[in-house]
Design a protein around this ligand. Structure first.
Ligand SMILES: Nc1ncnc2c1ncn2[C@@H]1O[C@H](COP(=O)(O)OP(=O)(O)O)[C@@H](O)[C@H]1O
Ligand SMILES: CC(=O)N[C@@H](CCC(=O)OP(=O)(O)O)C(=O)O
Length: 289
């Protein structure tokens, strides 16, 4: 009997959060390791399906950097990165579009639809959703890498109104119609800002932001925007975590209510974050409490 009562308690603990988020938009950046392991993939999709069924409006923005690199290797093109961004020449951008818009996007759509929930996969090209200009890295041209100049939410809004889960690949176009590769973290924060999302969640391959990268117990559970520069200058936040944290700040500046970095390797980490008092990972807030 006790077992059942405990189960009921878990459901009741979720009730205030279900009420709070009813009808609200939650943008999930899905990428990195959380996309590689099949069991984790299944758990991420279950979390998103559950969110949808209890009345949230989830929007997925996905990456697929590893899949792109694997395909490039298979056809004999070497991957090169500058400041964490892929150097993207004309041949590479074709592969990026094929892998992201084709294989990765459609596989996520199908995994959702296996739960009898409808999803639609788009790229930033569709409905002119993501407009970009060439992004320069330290003043240098690294090819068809896009910096988002405008998010047009019309297509995403109409998918949400019609009860579809939008699944968005980070590809955009410039004024001349050229195709650009966009880092998925930047795409997620720009989309969340434009949608005025309630929550923006980055799933990654660490527990959250750690004070000491070799010590899991040094997780920083809450970071105020104003602390970020110091944490970067002190070298606490480095490498791939820098753009991610910058995207968290961008999201808050553009009106997203709460932004989180979660461990995508932990089964059901999103549910734990959203539906329990304690939360997991690192939460970003505008000001110190
Ligand atoms: N303070 C920090 N806390 C956690 N991770 C950090 C920190 N500083 C640097 N990192 C690195 O950032 C990585 C996450 O960024 P990245 O690999 O770009 O993620 P993703 O592939 O999910 O987009 C971690 O695996 C870790 O190596
Ligand atoms: C410009 C740039 O670097 N684009 C990324 C797009 C995919 C991505 O961001 O994937 P993850 O989120 O899985 O890393 C790339 O080509 O790898």
């Amino acid at each position: 009997m006790e077992k059942y009562i405990n189960k009921a308690k878990v459901l009741i603990e979720a009730l205030p959060y279900i009420k709070e988020f009813n009808g609200k938009k939650v943008v999930i950046k899905y990428g990195g390791s959380a996309m590689v392991d099949d069991a984790i993939k299944a758990s991420v999709i279950e979390d998103i399906v559950l969110m949808k069924l209890v009345g949230f409006q989830p929007v997925i923005v996905h990456g697929g950097g590893k899949e792109i690199s694997d395909m490039l290797t298979a056809i004999g093109i070497e991957s090169r990165f500058q400041n964490g961004l892929r150097v993207t020449d004309a041949a590479t951008v074709d592969v990026v579009e094929m892998v992201l818009a084709g294989k990765v996007n459609k596989s996520i759509v199908q995994l959702i639809q296996n739960h009898d929930i409808n999803a639609v996969g788009i790229t930033g090209k569709d409905g002119k959703t993501l407009k970009v200009k060439k992004k320069l890295v330290d003043g240098e041209d690294i090819g068809f890498v896009g910096e988002i100049t405008k998010v047009n939410t019309k297509l995403i809004d109409s998918l949400l109104e019609n009860d579809f889960i939008p699944v968005i690949a980070p590809i955009g176009t410039d004024e001349a119609g050229n195709t650009y590769n966009i880092n998925a973290d930047y795409a997620a924060s720009a989309i969340a800002g434009a949608l005025e999302a309630e929550k923006l969640i980055f799933l990654t391959d660490v527990e959250g932001v750690l004070r000491d990268i070799d010590d899991k117990s040094s997780l920083i559970s809450k970071i105020a925007m104003e602390e970020v520069d110091t944490l970067i200058q002190e070298g606490v936040i480095s490498g791939g975590m820098i753009p991610k944290v910058e995207c968290c700040v961008e999201g808050l500046i553009h009106g997203v209510r709460s932004v989180h970095i979660l461990d995508g390797r932990v089964l059901h980490s999103m549910l734990l974050e959203i539906f329990t008092k304690k939360g997991v990972g690192t939460m970003f807030c505008k000001y110190f409490d």
